[in-house]
Design a protein around this ligand. Structure first.
Ligand SMILES: Nc1nc2ncc(COP(=O)(O)OP(=O)(O)O)nc2c(=O)[nH]1
Length: 276
């Protein structure tokens, strides 16, 4: 995967900066570009490999954001981080116009929880030449957690990602620009999420870099009983498990702690390969 090999180690840590008023765990903190830049700077100082900028919450129950409002939220943040910091930026959006503007402003990856399914998104992503993370979800944020059901969640997630990757390659997006994401929390019960985490190797085995986002989500709370603001340890543990199972990027809020976990995984993997 050229974009990943060129820009970051594996596993890599992606810091979440939501320029939104309503994101489930950091909503409102980074809607001001100055605050977002300060957060990005702190993440870079903590060793982050990517920052992920989002202007629309996709938490369960969230409603879509008008295009201009999403542009107004993310563009100043992208411009400031691209100007002031040396860190690859991924843009968390489903809107083709936002993808194109983000590419113009210097992002390195499109992170679309809707896998380029919106009108014009495939062409936009293709034209930018950027890496594209595609993600499985069942339903839309407004209702996806009402009654998630699968006959076999792992097979259905893999089936969707494989079909979508084939469609996008047929549409002219080279396969070496794609990343897979199983979509933790996007139309899944706690049990579904845990099956996907425990079997992550099967997703990694498909051959595309795998990006996972479990940080502070309800699956962490469901297992630990912790409220959102106390889910750092559980989130780092889940990220460590994913990295040990072969995830290429972990998308997290608690960067400093997760960078330490990533460094442990990389060190053991490198030393282990030397057969000391
Ligand atoms: N690739 C990818 N992108 C994602 N974007 C948003 C969220 C939701 O988490 P967050 O951004 O912290 O909350 P909100 O959607 O409320 O902004 N999760 C993922 C994920 O699991 N994978």
């Amino acid at each position: 995967m050229t974009i990943l090999s060129e820009k970051t180690p594996s596993p890599a840590v992606m810091g979440v900066i939501n320029a939104t008023p309503d994101s489930f765990s950091d909503g409102g903190r980074f809607i001001d570009p100055g605050n977002a830049l300060s957060q990005a700077r702190a993440m870079v100082e903590a060793g982050v490999d990517w920052v992920d900028i989002g202007g629309e919450s996709t938490r369960p129950g969230a409603t879509p954001v008008p295009l201009q409002e999403e542009l107004d939220r993310v563009c100043p943040v992208i411009e400031a981080i691209h100007r002031e910091l040396d860190v690859p930026i991924s843009l968390d959006t489903s809107a083709p116009e936002v993808m194109r503007e983000g590419a113009r402003l210097g992002i390195s990856m499109i992170n679309d929880v809707r896998s380029l399914e919106r009108e014009g998104a495939v062409a936009a992503a293709r034209d930018t030449g950027l890496a594209v993370c595609i993600m499985h979800r069942q339903g839309e944020p407004e209702t996806m957690q009402d009654r998630p059901e699968y006959s076999n969640v792992l097979e259905e997630v893999l089936g969707y990602l494989d079909r979508r990757a084939a469609q996008l390659q047929d549409a002219g997006i080279p396969g070496d620009r794609l990343l897979y994401d199983p979509g933790f929390g996007f139309g899944k019960t706690l049990e579904h999420n845990l099956v996907l985490l425990e079997n992550l190797e099967a997703i990694v085995a498909r051959g595309w870099p795998v990006l996972v986002g479990m940080s502070r989500k309800s699956m962490i709370g469901g297992v630990t009983g912790r409220p959102v603001e106390e889910r750092m340890a559980g989130s780092v543990a889940a990220a460590a498990m994913a990295m040990m199972k072969g995830a290429a990027i972990v998308r997290v809020h608690d960067v400093k702690e997760t960078v330490d976990a990533a460094r442990m995984v990389r060190a053991a993997r490198e030393q282990g390969s030397l057969r000391a």
